[in-house]
Design a protein around this ligand. Sequence first.
Ligand SMILES: Nc1ncnc2c1ncn2[C@@H]1O[C@H](COP(=O)(O)OP(=O)(O)OP(=O)(O)O)[C@@H](O)[C@H]1O
Length: 306
Amino acid sequence: MDRSMPLAALRGAGKRYGAVRALDGVGLEVRAGEVLAVLGANGAGKTTALGLLTGRIGCDEGKAELFGRDPRDPLARRGIGVMLQDTQLPDTLRVDEHVRLFSSYYGDPRPLAETLALAGLEALAKRRYGALSGGQQRRVQFALAICGRPPLLFVDEPTTGLDVEARRAFWQVLRALRAGGTAIVLTTHYLEEADALADRIVLMAGGRVLADDSPAALKARASARRVHGFSALAPEDLRAWDGVRTVAIGDDGRLDVSCDDVEALLRRWFAADPQLHGLEVRQQSLEDAFLHLTAAPAARHDEVSA
Ligand SMILES: Nc1ncnc2c1ncn2[C@@H]1O[C@H](COP(=O)(O)OP(=O)(O)OP(=O)(O)O)[C@@H](O)[C@H]1O
């Protein structure tokens, strides 16, 4: 396979469920060795995007690629490990039996002990799956996703419901896998998780990609300050100015401008619009940047990067 080719990609991908547009023209790429976090609120389309990339469901529009093939091609799927949100496994099998069985599907599986250790299951190897707690069952599902040494791992909201300690321990394991060359796509609701783990964050809302950037670049974007004010000027006027990053119209009708240099912006804004009033200046946090990006669609469409 061409080394510059992404391991997996969505290209203009759309998916409908009846009247619901779960995905709408989504493009994203997963590159070798990276951790890509797909971040978004409930219903943003994260699981659907993972479903298309892993071949569990097909696109209605656009296409999905996995190792340059259709993700539904078993040859492509052989190279991935997947941990979904809801996985039903037989209750009566023991943990080690589950892992052995799954490992037997792969040509070059990890040794059982290594898989159990990575998933934190050493002490639970002889327990029946049905006798495990929810968090422990998640660990078994994770073990099954990694036992085949896949070069590309998909994990759907892996830490939802885990306590803080278990979440941190899981992050360590993902970091170790990445250090060993595994590319990882994880979906999460948690900004902190995406920030802690990801090389790149794809932020989704309403079935669309709102941002696709490194955490550092997103933070830099968030380091801008926001100025709100009632103005006779149109958003397009301000967008053309130096140092203005984004302009949107807020719920209260004020223009909402993010910029690098507040003083320079205000000098120019007052000169162009002496009636400017209702001013408010705020520092933007990372949380703010995400809330702002995932705001109501009307505001979202208004927003254009400067
Ligand atoms: N099988 C389905 N049938 C009908 N609607 C569906 C189906 N799967 C997903 N949807 C809808 O598609 C949209 C996107 O759902 P999806 O599960 O991809 O979101 P998500 O970002 O993973 O959400 P969550 O964080 O809650 O898991 C939602 O509006 C959801 O209700």
